[in-house]
Design a protein around this ligand. Structure first.
Ligand SMILES: C[S@@+](CC[C@H](N)C(=O)[O-])C[C@H]1O[C@@H](n2cnc3c(N)ncnc32)[C@H](O)[C@@H]1O
Length: 139
């Protein structure tokens, strides 16, 4: 990955995705998750303030290591236990049924093999696939 992808793009996305218009959607989507959660396309961690107290642990993955670098500060001030990893959401190494919920906001549009990714996410944590930007294994 080059300078643009790892340095410029994360800063530009952080600015764009901080738009207050998106906050209400983050709150709506994240209020329903609990337990051990996998977030795919974690970006710069803008969802962190909107997770409910029922969240126990967050595994946050993103394909771009430049995003993780920017997310670090937000993780530290969130008080949430976050395992932050650089992985491609199209093909994840986690076991089936490893998570209570799988969250992804504004990421599917940048995933090339969407069907493959959704199949994978369903196996590792989602019995229900709801909105394209969110899925959860809520009984
Ligand atoms: C538009 S940003 C959204 C970031 C964050 N979800 C939010 O709501 O602010 C899309 C994110 O998905 C990540 N991404 C794109 N393709 C990916 C893939 N195949 N696997 C994992 N993450 C990916 C990008 O690096 C970027 O951080």
């Amino acid at each position: 990955m080059g300078f643009y992808s790892q340095v410029i793009l994360p800063r530009a996305l952080d600015w764009m995705m901080s738009d207050p218009v998106l906050t209400q959607y983050r709150q709506e989507v994240l209020s329903e998750v609990s337990g051990e959660v996998l977030e795919i396309g974690f970006g710069t961690g803008l969802n962190l303030p909107h997770y409910p107290e029922s969240l126990q642990k967050l595994i946050a993955i993103d394909a771009n290591p430049g995003m993780n670098a920017l997310a670090r500060k937000r993780i530290q001030s969130s008080g949430i236990i976050v395992a932050n990893r650089v992985l491609n959401g199209e093909n994840l190494p986690m076991d089936d049924n490893s998570f209570d919920s799988v969250v992804s906001t504004w990421t599917l549009c940048s995933i090339a093999k969407v069907e493959q990714a959704l199949r994978c996410w369903k196996f590792i944590g989602c019995s229900n696939l709801g909105e394209s930007s969110f899925s959860s294994n809520m009984d």
